[in-house]
Design a protein around this ligand. Structure first.
Ligand code: SF4
Length: 235
């Protein structure tokens, strides 16, 4: 899902990249990308940046889904987990948001599985060598639902299939061509967030790295707040 493509050393999800290349000469659409880029650079908190992207993408999808034709043609249903067995592109901020949920014990995940999935880094071929059951997103619960639904990555939000859902399965280790709902506005916003991000990559790899980073930061904070032996407050 959203296999990332490289542009000027910035990984942008494939669908968003395609839309960006198609619409970047249109001032109205280009502005969406540059406004999102600007907003991302102004905000300091990774959590606030990720939430802003998700809010803006949701707003656009809500508008699209008001059209009864869209509802009629999207074949995704709760419990279908096909796209949750693929690599998902995330920004560093989105990965940090998800890693915080794990550290705060708001998401019960299998870290061993995340480690195995993360080894494939951004290489789809390596990822699809992992057995199907081990490829399931660590946030997919036993009922086949997303356990971090409100904080799921932007590309999980825009991934609405309009072709036969049978084609979505990657059980054989290959991604078959599928058709997705056109989400040009959301794609341009996603492109902006990915361009502004220092690092992007697959959820499987980025969440692992974010976990290590957050753990270190928490350890440092704890050390910094520990009272000094002579009773003075540190920092
Ligand atoms: S974050 Fe949620 S929606 Fe996205 S791949 Fe994982 S389980 Fe599926």
């Amino acid at each position: 899902m959203g296999k990332a493509q490289k542009e000027h050393s910035i990984l942008i999800p494939a669908i968003a990249k395609k839309t960006y290349d198609r619409l970047k000469s249109d001032i109205k659409f280009r502005r969406l990308t540059s406004n999102m880029k600007q907003a991302m650079k102004t905000l300091r908190s990774p959590f606030v940046r990720a939430e802003l992207l998700h809010r803006e993408v949701d707003r656009e999808l809500k508008t699209l889904f008001k059209d009864p034709l869209v509802k009629k043609h999207v074949s995704c249903e709760a419990g279908c987990t096909a796209c949750c067995h693929t690599q998902v592109s995330v920004t560093n901020d989105e990965a940090t948001l998800l890693a915080r949920k794990i550290l705060n014990k708001e998401a019960d995940v299998n870290l061993g599985k995340l480690y195995i999935q993360g080894i494939a880094e951004n290489e789809a071929d390596e990822f699809y060598k992992i057995p199907y059951h081990m490829r399931a997103c660590i946030f997919l619960n036993e009922s086949g639902l997303c356990s971090v639904y409100d904080d799921r990555p932007a590309v999980c939000r825009t991934n609405n299939v309009v072709s036969d859902p049978v084609e979505c399965s990657t059980e054989e280790g290959i991604e078959k061509p599928i058709r997705l709902l056109n989400t040009p506005t959301a794609d341009m916003l996603i492109a902006g967030a990915f361009m502004a991000s220092l690092e992007n990559g697959t959820l499987q790899n980025m969440v692992w790295k974010a976990l290590i980073r957050l753990k270190e930061a928490r350890k440092d904070k704890k050390l910094a707040n520990r009272p000094l032996p002579n009773g003075e407050n540190s920092l």
